[in-house]
Design a protein around this ligand. Sequence first.
Ligand code: TYD
Length: 143
Amino acid sequence: MSLVDVRWIELRGSEDPRGKLGFVEGERDLPFAIRRAYFLYEVQPGQSRGAHAHRELRSLFLAMYGAFDLLLDDGRERKTFRLDDPRRGLFVPRMIWRDLHDFTPGAVCLVLASDWYDETDYYRYYEDFLAAVRAETEVLPTP
Ligand code: TYD
């Protein structure tokens, strides 16, 4: 996968004088069924999260409250996205290294994920991730 496959997904919702409501349905609004949700909160000043990639997992990142930066790296290039709107999520495909940083005080990041937690799906060392990207994109020389 590459950063080209990363995309913003605008969530549906409703708004009236009482306030706002957002919603998301797996497979309808997202290119995967939702098997898990997890959230990051009370991130301490100056701390970052993530620093890993997934072999198969696909995710939607949302800033439920506040804002944070999501740095994505496909092994060839990297790009930073600012998440600051609960109705605008960032879809991250498999095989993308991610780093979350610069959380505003009290920010809450919600992640909707395509599968249950599985430690064997993680690349926790950047060098291992890079080697896997190279192996996947390796073009065999023509005879
Ligand atoms: P980890 O994925 O390392 O967090 P980060 O996003 O900062 O890299 O998860 C931290 C700990 O929480 C780790 O021991 C695994 C556990 N964990 C679960 O058990 N289930 C989950 O769904 C997640 C995301 C983490």
